[in-house]
Design a protein around this ligand. Structure first.
Ligand code: ATP
Ligand code: MG
Length: 416
């Protein structure tokens, strides 16, 4: 029987590390059995940007996109191939466009999550548009910024409604800082948000039906932000953090996204969960990089081999019905949300598929990470990212962390 060939397209920005890893793992894995005795083979190709006819048929069955958030030609191409050609995308380009923090906050508040008190304030300097000045002078109500801040309470954060990469984020302790930050915000549209005084910052990266919850240290330099730490959350809190990440993703039809939650005692506060180009760089994920690459490969192959269809409809009513259930406690709602999310991600079918059709992948990836080919990728990545006088230090640092992963993973597979 001949295998069905699937072409996976990668839409990339500047990164070289994870695409190389992804290509290598798919190549080493080779053809995969699917349901009903079917056979599947996979090719990976990097997509170039060019004019396209809206009626063109794409060659790709699935696309991993890292670019469209910033670059409009691929963004519109993704909408076309999702809408017209049923190309499988990990993140819906339609909700992706509305993927600012603001819409995600609204959704999570509506679903009953503990988003810190958040207020949207009008622009300090309205966008440059002749008509806007007229509208503003007629309809903009003057407002008392100090009163809003007092009501939220200090300390608080001022941050763009659509932010990313800390652009325009400031922590504010008093009215003087409040006015300085607002004056500096210019044409950025800002939220004021109550600061959460947290014990643990948990950042979870979800790829399809899998989630890795990592202990995050936002004040550290990039390569130290993810601490290698296991069991730093109680089982119940860990479960809640995973549920929040998966729920956001199921709600918006995102399958490759990271979610930031602040944990104080047993309370979990989600603060940032619209990151559909999540950081998966080798230099920042280090120990967790092999997990991320495996999860990405597994999810793509699962979707293609089982004929999973991309979903553009949101079915928000199903989620809101749970939110509106009067007699249900927060914990009970969490359990139902988790079921909805697991149903969206076909979690059980995915686990079965991985166990029965992809069982060899763990060893393949372990052999690769332990070998010279991966080390070469590590060295090349450090050379591309860090200045010459820091390269040796970072090569040693990353080798240490990946060596630790190789030891842990070898032990895990030996007892599995
Ligand atoms: N409500 C809050 N309480 C406490 N800390 C906060 C709060 N909001 C933001 N922060 C801090 O500010 C940082 C940046 O905020 P946020 O994640 O919302 O912005 P961002 O631009 O998306 O940053 P990044 O790209 O790092 O995720 C957070 O990582 C956290 O350390
Ligand atoms: Mg953030």
């Amino acid at each position: 029987m001949t295998a069905t060939r699937h072409l996976i397209g990668l839409l990339l920005g500047t990164e070289e590390d994870w695409p190389t890893a992804f290509e290598e793992i798919v190549r080493r894995l080779g053809p995969v059995d699917g349901p009903g005795g079917s056979q599947h083979a996979f090719d990976v190709e990097r997509i170039t940007i060019e004019p396209f006819n809206l009626r063109d048929r794409p060659r790709y069955s699935l696309v991993i996109d890292r670019l469209a958030y910033w670059y409009y030609v691929p963004r519109e191409w993704l909408k076309k191939v999702a809408m017209m050609d049923d190309v499988y995308l990990l993140n819906s380009p339609f909700t992706f466009q509305s993927m600012e923090k603001h819409a995600a906050y609204c959704a999570m508040i509506r679903l009953g999550f503990k988003v810190p008190e958040t207020v949207l304030v009008p622009y300090k300097h309205p966008v440059d548009n002749a008509r806007y000045a007229y509208t503003a002078s007629r309809y903009n109500r003057p407002f008392d910024l100090d009163a809003i801040a007092r009501q939220i309470g200090y300390p608080l954060f001022m941050k763009p409604y659509d932010g990313g990469a800390w652009r325009g984020v400031s922590r504010i302790n008093n009215p003087t800082e409040l006015h300085a930050a607002y004056d500096a915000s210019g044409e950025m549209l800002m939220h004021l948000q109550k600061a959460v005084d947290y014990d643990i910052f948990a950042r979870s990266l979800s790829i399809g039906a899998e989630t890795m919850v990592m202990r995050f240290q936002p004040d550290q330099p990039m390569h130290h932000r993810y601490a290698v730490d296991h069991g730093f959350l109680s089982p119940q809190v860990g479960n809640e953090v995973v549920t929040i990440g998966r729920l956001v993703n199921a709600f918006f039809r995102w399958e490759f996204n990271s979610c930031e939650t602040l944990v104080r005692g047993e309370e979990v506060y989600p603060i940032d969960y619209a990151n559909a180009c999540p950081d998966v760089a080798l230099t920042s994920l280090h120990y967790y990089f092999p997990w991320a690459m495996k999860a990405l490969v597994k999810w793509c192959i699962f979707a293609l081999a089982t004929g999973r269809r991309g979903r553009l409809d949101l079915e928000t009513d199903r989620f809101f019905a749970v939110a509106d259930e009067a007699g249900m406690s927060y914990q009970e709602k969490l359990a139902v949300y988790r079921d909805l999310a697991d149903a969206y991600f076909e979690s059980e079918r995915y686990q079965d598929f991985c166990a029965s059709k992809l069982a060899r992948l763990d060893q393949i990836v372990l052999d690769w990470v332990a070998g010279p080919n991966f080390d070469q990728l590590l060295v090349q990545t450090v050379r591309a990212v860090y200045p010459a006088d820091e390269q040796d230090q970072f090569i040693a640092h990353l080798r240490g962390l990946l060596g630790l992963w190789v030891r842990d993973e070898s032990a895990r597979l030996a007892t599995a």
